[in-house]
Unconditional design. Structure first.
Length: 94
């Protein structure tokens, strides 16, 4: 499956898009996207609301949206790999 990286034609500029199966993957940095692993910061609510609105819109357009958090990738790379493999297998069957 060919992937498109950082498509500016899709809302939110997803990190990875796989059009063949309508899959969008965001790789969120914990600081910039205000993950709960970070201490509270001014503007958290607005950033989280913006990200949530983007995901809601993409799902309404028929995309499967996966968000991978920086801290999880660094702490559990094998778990993330397994999760991605399972997702790709399930999407290929569709």
């Amino acid at each position: 499956m060919p992937a498109i990286f950082h498509s500016t034609e899709i809302i939110g500029t997803p990190d990875i898009t796989i059009p063949e199966v309508n899959l969008i993957i965001f790789v969120h940095g914990c600081y910039w996207h205000r993950h709960s692993c970070r201490p509270p910061h001014e503007g958290d609510k607005e950033i989280r609301e913006r990200d949530s609105a983007i995901v809601t819109r993409l799902k309404s357009e028929g995309y499967t949206v996966l968000i991978l958090w920086e801290c999880n990738i660094l702490a559990q790379p094998l778990s993330i790999e397994k999760r991605l493999k399972n997702l790709f297998r399930s999407l290929k069957k569709m």
